[in-house]
Write a protein that binds this ligand. Structure first.
Ligand code: ADP
Ligand code: MG
Length: 623
């Protein structure tokens, strides 16, 4: 039988390898930035177009390459960083596999310009899908510029698999931040579609963090420092009161390389024990230094996971030093056994003026009213002032029994409280009501709206129904470009980190079509008009949630940016389960829902209502 095994041609092997190294534009950004750092650049510029799908360019002022190296660097396993197997255990560079450039060249159009300091002329080289098209001498500054165009041009399946520009951009921002945080001594700049995302001048670690994350970052950082034989820690953790809902600001670097480690994260969370609210995520920027031979970086192709020799010891040291820092900076409750806690004056009394106690007499006091209010007390709740104001308190069932005049109103007024109504029970007395009932609606558990219909009854989920209504409204406004907007008396100034600012600018046309008005401003987002159905206090969280949805991708697979925006805004603004709805509001909700094009599902494809037919009820009673 004839032999059938053949060696794969290089360009095929490279394409296969590319699948591992290059998952998305952000992977190229990572490799190119790391190469520039390894080339000892003091200034690195990242330029991308269309979230890297059209262009990724990295320009550095590092050591550059010779004519031969410029060609050799695209060969597989071509590297200047290791020579023998032992070198793998003494790594001081980011790269070492020598396969990034070979992989990228197999699936994109590349232009390389590079010159070493001592050379007169540099090299200009063009390569497309592993094929060399040209190599010429050129007058160039010292350093290297890599342009990677039309990524995955020869693998359409891969290209189609890429996510929206917003999501791909977010991945690139992540990679950029990781490299920039680990190398504050390097000047970084970053441009997307011609506009500036970050300019990070050379600085120190703390300043670098603050420049990237902007806002109040400086106030919230607590330094962490520790040095032992097996581990040196430097960096910062966030004060617990500044913790966030998401894990956006959590960074571990090991020997200046960003890594992910569930184990170390656990150690850190452990140090915060008792200081965080449920689900809160602290910020941390921790730089760990360990002897290179005590780690193995090689276990993951994209190299964000590493293996430590002595994980348990690292866990203990990390936990203890973070705990110590939190305590030292007075953020953890400190126990001091020598002090009598009874002598401590609560802080806010310390500098307060002494006032004499006074007695206030309520001249309208009525002991009977008092008694009555006590019987309500367990149902009374201080109601948060919100959008859905109660129009008219419903009679309570006690009053119907006792036959007294309902005075919930006066109690509510005098105590500043409002009462939850027992609306369901009023229906028991429906036939005592002289007025015809019509098509009455009831709210159950502040969550479902029940409405008798011809065939039985309709049960609507208030939150999902409202999401559907708002979603169709926003989508309609965006396509017709005729949203109602309310002008703000005082424009609202909101602060966002640079990359989010950049995103908001990109979203401006779409947001304007929902009713937002923006004023041109370089540092902040200034909003002078908001959609008619949004209140001023909702704007910030609305935009924050929107940015998060756009960057993480929204559930339900949105097909366009406007769709994602409409979904996200609908979810943020929809009346929540748990909110009281007046009868009028319940009615509007049901009418609004059935005026929708697709009333039966929420924008996230969940059912908005169910019906129960009389037959179903009959069956239940037949048991
Ligand atoms: P690795 O980084 O693992 O060595 P790469 O494929 O990323 O592999 O790069 C191959 C080689 O090309 C590097 O070892 C380095 O010698 C050279 N090189 C790549 N980028 C640059 C750059 N920006 N400046 C100078 N040399 C570079
Ligand atoms: Mg490399």
């Amino acid at each position: 039988m004839s032999s059938i095994i053949q060696l794969l041609p290089d360009h095929v092997a490279n394409q296969i390898a590319a699948g591992e190294v290059v998952q998305r534009p952000a992977s190229v950004v990572k490799e190119l930035l790391e190469n520039a750092v390894d080339a000892k650049a003091s200034e690195i510029k990242l330029i991308i177009k269309d979230a890297g799908k059209t262009l990724i360019q990295v320009v550095d002022n590092g050591v550059g390459m010779s004519v031969t190296d410029a060609r050799l660097c695209f060969e597989r396993h071509a590297t200047s960083k290791i020579r023998k197997a032992e070198d793998l255990f003494q790594l001081h560079t980011k790269g070492f596999r020598g396969e990034a450039l070979a992989s990228i060249a197999a699936i994109a159009h590349i232009e390389l310009k590079t010159k070493q300091e001592q050379d007169e002329l540099g090299t200009h080289l063009i390569i497309e899908g592993s094929k060399f098209l040209s190599q010429e001498e050129a007058v160039l500054p010292k350093g290297t510029s890599f342009s990677v165009k039309n990524l995955f041009f020869n693998i359409p399946a891969r290209r189609n698999f890429l996510k929206s520009d917003t999501i791909e951009f977010r991945h690139i921002v992540d990679e950029f931040q990781r490299v920039a945080l680990a190398h504050p001594q390097i000047h970084f700049s970053f441009y997307h579609n011609g506009s500036e995302v970050y300019i990070l001048p050379q600085s120190n670690p703390r300043q670098r963090i603050v420049t990237i994350f902007a806002g109040k970052t400086n106030e919230k950082l607590v330094p962490v420092q520790e040095e032992t034989d097996i581990l040196k820690i430097d960096g910062f953790v966030g004060k617990p009161e500044f913790s966030k809902k998401n894990k956006g600001e959590q960074f571990f670097f090991v020997n200046d390389r960003f890594i992910k480690s569930g184990y170390l994260h656990h150690a850190l969370m452990n140090a915060y024990e008792g200081l965080l609210k449920e689900g809160a995520q602290p910020s941390y920027f921790l730089f760990l230094n360990v002897p290179p031979q005590s780690i193995d970086i090689n276990i993951h192709p994209t190299k964000t996971e590493i293996k430590f020799d002595d994980e348990q010891a690292l866990y203990a040291i990390l936990r203890a030093s973070v705990k110590h820092s939190l305590g030292q900076f007075n953020v953890a409750p400190v126990l001091d056994f020598d002090r009598d806690a009874n002598l401590d004056t609560p802080y806010h009394y310390k500098n307060a003026e002494v006032t004499y106690p006074t007695i206030q007499v309520d001249s309208n006091f009525n002991p009977f009213a008092q008694e009555k209010s006590a019987s309500y007390s367990d149902k009374a709740k201080i109601k948060k002032q919100h959008h859905y104001e109660k129009e008219r308190p419903m009679p309570t069932w006690e009053s119907l029994y006792v036959g007294l005049k309902d005075d919930t109103d006066s109690i509510a007024e005098s105590s500043g409280m409002q009462f939850e109504s027992e609306e369901i029970t009023t229906s028991l007395f429906e036939n005592q009501d002289p007025e015809p009932q019509g098509n009455k609606t009831y709210q159950i558990q502040r969550k479902y709206i029940v409405n008798p219909i011809k065939s039985g009854m309709l049960i609507v989920n208030q939150n999902r129904a409202h999401q559907r209504i708002l979603y169709e409204q926003f989508l309609g406004n965006m396509t017709l470009q005729q949203a109602n907007s309310q002008r703000l008396l005082f424009p609202l100034q909101l602060h966002f980190p640079s990359h989010e600012l950049h995103l908001i600018r990109e979203l401006q046309p779409a947001l304007t079509s929902t009713g937002f008005h923006f004023e041109e401003d370089t540092q902040d987002v200034t909003i002078s008009g908001i959609p008619a159905n949004v209140t001023e206090s909702e704007v910030r969280s609305l935009l924050e949630e929107l940015l998060r949805d756009l960057q993480d991708g929204i559930p339900g697979n949105s097909f366009s940016q406007s769709d994602t925006i409409a979904k996200s805004m609908a979810r943020s603004l929809a009346v929540k389960n748990g909110a009281y709805l007046s009868e009028k509001e319940q009615e509007n909700l049901i009418n609004g829902l059935f005026a929708c094009k697709e009333p039966d599902v929420s924008p996230f494809q969940k059912p908005t209502f169910i019906t129960m037919r009389v037959e179903d009820l009959d069956k239940k009673f037949a048991l």
